[in-house]
Each structure stands twice: as C-alpha cells, then as structure tokens.
Design a protein around this ligand. Structure first.
Ligand code: GRF
Length: 205
C-alpha cells in the first residue's frame, strides 16, 4: 500500500485520536502519501493508542516528568523518533509543550491542528471545550479550524490553512465542537500532504 519512499510520520496525541484516525484513513485513501510509523501519547489511557494498536502502529507513552531533566526527556523522545526514522510530526490533540530540542530538530516539519481561527483563541489553556466556550461567550458569528507549523510557543507558528464554520445562535460548545471537528477530519491529511510535497512557501523568520 505504501511506496518505499513515503514520508515517515509520527502523530502525537493525548486523547481520543479522531484526527489520528483521519490521518490513518487519509493514507489508506491515497490523500496522504505518508506512512504513520509511530504514535506518541502523553497519556497511557488515551483512546488513540487503541486506534494505533488496531493498525499495528508502534506507540510510545512519553511522560517528560519521568526523566531527571527536560533535556534528558527531550533526548529520549528524539531517540525514539530517530529509531523510527520519523521525518514529520503531526500533533493531533497533544496537550503538552514539545521539548525545545525536538522543535529545533524538526523545525518546519511539525504541524498542529487547532479548533479555532488562530491567532484568535490560541495559547496555553486554550484547548478543547475552553476554545468553543470562549467563542460562544464572545458572540462570534464564525469559528473554524487552523493547521499551523509548530514553534516554541503554543499555537503560534505560521498558519498553513484555515476552514471557517458558522456559529449558530443556539449552539452549545458541544454543537460547535462537533461542527469544527468534522472539518478538522477533512482538512488535516490534505495539509500534511501539501507540506510533505513542499507546496507551502516557508521562510525561516
Ligand atoms: C481537536 O479538536 C484538535 O483540534 C485539538 O484537540 C482535539 C483533538 O481531538 N488540538 P482528537 O483527539 O483528534 O479526537
């Protein structure tokens, strides 16, 4: 199914992993010409680990606090990625900040998907239902999805693509989350594919 030179991708999760599933499905549908070779989870009980196991994808539970120093933690993670010859990283609901060394090593090859129109509703603590609650509380008429490059700051790197969705007057945060998530699943594989194929103009600012 995969060509010998398909890009090797690691997906980082902390929870359900429905975006991981969308990426897996994207590889099967030929939308994403990559091989997902590793799933890294910050939580042992993340459901996404089960999705990975079903697909025979190797998994690694990474808890930075288990290591003596942040540097050691970073090295252990980089070693794991090197072992799997990982070339690109897709964050899919990963809730921890990445080790600095990893961001440096994989600069411009790490993407994240965020359930809002960045730069609005980004930053530390802005995840999951907090995002959708804030959008509704502010009376915004639209929200959406952003896929962006990852740098040292939460939700800060260059935005590669966005898709907009309407916010309905009687939306609950769950309603809005579901509408946004549907678009996330359509978008992520396509953006990763474009990144791998060098379709974005990326400069090192
Ligand atoms: C998604 O809404 C994504 O945008 C955000 O975290 C959520 C992850 O959901 N970063 P899932 O684990 O992929 O189902």
């Amino acid at each position: 199914m995969f060509s010998e030179n398909a890009a090797r991708v690691a997906v980082f999760i902390s929870g359900s992993g429905s975006n991981l599933q969308a990426l897996i499905d994207g590889t099967k549908a030929g939308i994403l010409s990559a091989k997902i070779v590793l799933v890294v989870s910050s939580r042992r009980d993340a459901y996404g680990l089960e999705r990975a196991a079903k697909e025979n994808i190797d998994t690694f539970v990474f808890k930075a606090k288990k290591y003596a120093t942040p540097e050691e933690a970073g090295e252990a993670l980089l070693d794991k990625l090197a072992e799997h010859k990982v070339e690109y990283i897709a964050l899919a609901g990963y809730l921890k900040l990445l080790p600095a060394e990893l961001v440096k090593t994989y600069r411009n090859r790490i993407v994240n998907i965020h359930p809002a129109l960045l730069p609005k509703y980004g930053g530390k603590g802005m995840y999951g239902h907090f995002v959708h609650e804030a959008v509704i509380a502010n009376g915004d008429k639209e929200s959406g999805v952003s896929v962006h490059l990852v740098d040292e700051i939460y939700d800060h790197g260059k935005v590669l693509e966005q898709v907009r969705v309407p916010v309905m007057p009687d939306d609950s945060p769950d309603d809005l989350a579901a509408r946004v998530l549907k678009q996330e699943h359509k978008l992520y594989a396509r953006v990763l594919e474009k990144l791998i194929k060098g379709k974005y103009h990326i400069t090192n600012e």
